[in-house]
Design a protein around this ligand. Structure first.
Ligand code: ADP
Ligand code: MG
Length: 704
């Protein structure tokens, strides 16, 4: 009989012979409670003994591995701060090598004279002797194994990688055959090894090739579990819900497009056609529209909203901040100015002007009531707002299309809440923070995806400068003054301060006062942050748009959506405090007109990541490029952040490098889910999903 993961998860790791009370405690510290936890504690890396060298043959500057015995150990105390260093000399029969460990005083106890170990690191020359600084150390256990796994541990772990290896070997032995969730024909097709072999080889590989095959299989399994959930959810949306067949290419939409002061870009036309197909279709749309900052998503969104209105339904546009909602309301009203909603069929209703309303948390009680009434009786055609739209008291007569702007600020729950305001409305989710394709398929795998990959013509690229020193900073402020003198406008973004809105506001006030009295003295300036009341904020934005303010000093409240084409320069103070996606969003506030725009990133950075981020900003303005860089720097957390679900299960798979596996897993998931019996026909897989994909919503998988 073969073991399922669920069975292994019922076995306490303490049942293993090698695990006594002390080791049990150590395992618990590594969050290993069950035999399954132990088996899924995969090696962090491997030492390939076939690559082992003799010390005599080591080449300066190259990475190498030696197996040697410790001969001398010396603990050198720290001079001032720090924890000193441990110097050891090791010998392998061919020659001596010095190894130095900084800030790891415990090495003196670990590497006593006579200890045999593998040392892996870069060889360099120090005071005429060959040495390795902070080499990776593997205490040698089983000397016959050619490839030795190294397990993740904490520095002070009371269990060595060697002991972990022994426990795992016992667990594998006792587990025997593993149940395999993947049908054999699929395995053959994808050239995948079986589960049992994969589990054995990931822990104790015969060769590096065997390790790779094992990793591929187990990483695929992780991705398949996640895709099974996403694909099943997508199919459920499609089958359970009866969508609205919206009216596309209506008079209303045609008039709207005809009145635009510019032709639609090719990408806008293509994406609108794609969306129309969904809107006209029988199932509710769940589409993610990716388009870089400034690519013209608003027009696409409004086109979709008008499809609802043309058929007598309502449209809703939800934005993450009040500033953005206000901005959208202004823009959309201007775009739809005196459009007329045709009467619905009968003669009872006359044509009437289209009604657009703004609803945010700042609306007064009376306003709220009036808008609420209009939404409930269908007189309001389009409502634009913040998450205030999700308030329970907000009811729609018949919500037909819901658009969510800047999705990265919203979670799945909010998306569901907005959808719940109608009877299966079509949902368009828009994001200006592009995410790489693998990530999109993993994080938004229950959505269809469309991409707006072309900028409206006439934009001039933004030139970005990292102003690191005093002189460069002076140049940034002169650039602001020059642009203002030329009749243009500027943004100054205040340093990001962690903590409350109040603290952030206080720091913004400080920046504002410094600049007004210093570098930007004499310019017409305004300050905007989260604590400024809505009315005042609206007034400031109106004045800025009208050109009555030269410099807007602001916090990240202007991060998304703000659209003032005459603003041509942005200075971001202490730029390294911001994340890459945020910097890209902020910079997107300039470069929106025909005039050349510039962006200055101020300040030094203390970290290599900061260096990489700011250098990337200087190098490119392409959001997709930057998204790749960000994924590289921050890893999976970047994109899984807002949707934690299933993240813990991705131990081996990498969204960065496993594109082919993600694609394959998604295809297989579609096949399994779409088969007659659905996932129910694959009980082992179904069980594993239940066990490992932490998703409340996944419950629907198990209801037939
Ligand atoms: P985003 O995708 O960042 O939301 P917006 O929808 O705010 O972009 O559009 C950015 C700017 O480009 C706006 O000023 C908008 O009027 C303008 N725009 C949109 N589509 C076109 C087009 N086809 N041609 C010229 N300008 C356009
Ligand atoms: Mg936008």
């Amino acid at each position: 009989m073969s073991r399922t993961l669920a069975k292994l998860n019922e076995l306490d790791v303490g049942i293993l012979n090698g695990v006594g009370p002390k080791k049990l405690e150590a395992l618990h510290a590594l969050e290993i409670e069950t035999v399954l936890d132990l088996l899924m504690h995969y090696p962090r890396r491997y030492i390939d003994r076939t690559e082992q060298r003799a010390i005599r043959d080591l080449v300066i500057g190259e990475e190498a591995m030696v197996l040697a015995t410790v001969k001398r150990v010396r603990l050198v105390p720290a001079r001032n701060r720090g924890r000193g260093r441990v110097e050891i000399d090791v010998f392998d029969g061919s020659s001596y090598l010095a190894c130095t460990f900084f800030n790891q005083p415990w090495r003196a106890k670990q590497l006593t004279a006579g200890t045999e170990a593998v040392f892996f690191g870069k060889v360099d020359m120090y005071r005429g002797k060959r040495q390795m600084a902070n080499p990776v150390v593997d205490l040698v256990g089983d000397k016959t194994g050619k490839i030795v796994p190294v397990y993740p541990q904490s520095e002070k772990a009371a269990v060595s990688t060697w002991e972990l290896g022994e426990f795992i070997a016992e667990a594998l032995e006792r587990a025997g055959q593993f149940a395999d969730p993947l049908p054999e024909n699929v395995r053959d097709e994808l050239d995948m090894v079986d589960r049992t072999w994969a589990m054995q080889q990931i822990h104790a590989p015969e060769s590096m090739g065997a390790k790779s095959a094992a990793r591929k299989r187990l990483a695929f399994d992780e991705l398949l579990r996640l895709q099974a959930v996403l694909v099943a959810r997508k199919r459920r949306h499609e089958s359970e819900a009866k969508g609205i067949r919206h009216v596309i290419n209506s008079e209303l939409v045609n008039t709207f497009h005809a009145r635009l002061p510019f032709p639609l870009t090719g990408a806008q036309q293509r994406v609108i056609a794609e969306i129309n197909e969904f809107l006209a279709g029988p199932h509710p749309m769940h589409l993610l529209l990716q388009g870089d900052v400034g690519s013209g998503k608003t027009i696409v969104a409004v086109t979709a909203l008008l499809a609802a209105v043309a058929g007598g339904y309502q449209g809703a546009l939800m934005a993450p901040t009040e500033v953005l909602a206000e901005q959208h309301a202004l823009g959309v009203r201007a775009l739809l100015n005196d459009l007329v909603v045709p009467s619905q069929g009968g003669t009872l209703f006359e044509d009437r002007p289209l009604r657009v309303e703004l609803l945010t948390g700042r609306a007064t009680g009376t306003e709220r009531k009036a808008i609420g009434a209009g939404l409930a009786n269908g007189e309001v055609d389009i409502v634009i707002g913040t998450h205030a739209l999700l308030t329970e008291s907000v009811e729609f007569a018949h919500l037909g299309v819901a658009v969510i702007d800047e999705q990265h600020r919203f979670g799945v729950e909010q998306r569901a809440a907005l959808r719940g305001k109608g009877d299966d409305p079509d949902v368009l989710v828009m994001t200006a923070t592009p995410i790489p394709r693998t990530a999109a398929m993993t994080v938004y795998g229950d959505l269809d995806v469309a991409v707006l990959d072309e900028m409206p013509p006439g934009r001039t690229p933004i030139v970005t400068t990292w102003a690191r020193g005093e002189l460069e900073e002076q140049a940034a402020w002169s650039a602001v003054r020059d642009e203002v003198a030329a009749g243009r406008q500027a943004y100054v973004v205040c340093p990001l301060i962690e903590g409350s809105e109040k603290i952030q506001a206080a720091s913004a006030v400080e920046t504002f006062e410094e600049l007004s009295a210093g570098h930007l003295q004499g310019l017409r300036m305004a300050l905007m942050h989260g604590q400024v009341p809505a009315k005042e904020r609206e007034a400031i934005m109106t004045a800025f748009r009208a050109g009555d303010i030269d410099v807007l000093v602001a916090t990240t409240v202007i991060e998304v959506g703000v659209d003032v084409p005459n603003a041509t320069v942005m200075v971001i103070v202490n730029a390294d405090r911001f994340g890459l996606a945020q910097l890209h969003q902020l910079r997107g506030r300039v470069g929106r007109g025909a005039a050349a725009s510039r962006c200055y990133l101020l300040g030094e950075t203390a970290t290599p990541e900061g260096e990489e981020r700011l250098a990337a900003m200087v190098r490119t303005t392409d959001g997709f490029d930057l998204a790749e860089v960000d994924l590289g720097i921050r890893g999976e957390g970047t994109v899984m952040g807002t949707r934690q679900k299933g993240r813990n299960d991705l131990k081996l798979a990498s969204l960065r490098t496993d594109l082919a596996l993600v694609v394959a897993a998604r295809q297989v998931a579609f096949r399994l889910v779409d088969a007659e019996e659905g996932l129910a026909g694959h009980p082992i897989l179904q069980d594993e999903v239940r066990l490992l994909v932490d998703d409340d919503e996944a419950e629907f998988l198990f209801k037939s």
